[in-house]
Ligand binder design. Structure first.
Ligand code: FMN
Length: 188
């Protein structure tokens, strides 16, 4: 069966560079022999409230957890806001903590910030994913800085080397069994 990789963008912005990275990953997925699924429910998630983290879950949260459950791995691409993750994306990750779906799931992220920037997002992802129990696939975590001129008329990254690297990341995630690769040191 073709492995499914769930693509999670941390940006709600129309014309997001982080989403462009993931849309490009989606476009190269067939060459990497994976089925990519671009999650589009970020804006519809309720604010995390432990009182609501119980059966029956809010519909949007149940959908998120089901998407994670179905995936062989997860690829994240998120901007940094004020030195950390956008609140909406941290909210998404908070909804994963109470479930078991993300435990030992291979997860990697692409940092699309300009060179020397975005370190706060990296650090926060590492900490928060540690608490979720996800298995960080270190060799699949990459820095791919995206500048405006890199996007083609289709809104995708045209550069062949970037596309090759994204395919490689998808392949690494699909090949990771979960739980064994670079498990985060911090957290549960
Ligand atoms: C409210 C806000 C806070 C930001 N804070 C940071 C920051 O702390 N560090 C940084 O490198 N960039 C910061 N940025 C820049 C964004 O990370 C950058 O514009 C990113 O490309 C946006 O991603 P997107 O194109 O996917 O929406 C901030 C942008 C906004 C709107």
């Amino acid at each position: 069966m073709t492995p499914v990789i769930l693509l999670l963008s941390g940006s709600l912005r129309a014309g997001s560079s982080n989403e462009a990275v993931l849309r490009t990953a989606y476009a190269v997925a067939p060459d990497a022999q994976v089925d990519a699924v671009l999650y589009d429910g970020l804006a519809g998630l309720p604010h995390f409230n432990p009182d609501d983290d119980t059966d029956p879950l809010p519909t949007a949260v149940a959908g998120l957890r089901a998407a994670i459950e179905r995936a062989a791995g997860i690829l994240i691409c998120t901007p940094e806001y004020a030195g950390t993750l956008p609140g909406s994306f941290k909210n998404l990750l908070d909804w994963t903590v109470g479930g078991t779906e993300i435990c030992d799931k291979p997860v990697a992220w692409i940092n699309a910030a300009a060179p020397g920037r975005g370190g706060g997002a990296d650090a926060t992802l590492r900490t928060v994913l540690g608490y979720t129990g996800a298995a960080i696939v270190e060799p699949a975590c990459r820095k791919i800085p995206v500048e405006r001129g890199m996007l083609g008329p289709d809104g995708l990254l045209a550069d062949a080397d970037v596309r090759r690297r994204l395919g490689e990341v998808l392949g690494l995630l699909a090949a990771s069994g979960g739980g064994e690769v670079g498990r985060a040191q911090d957290g549960r």
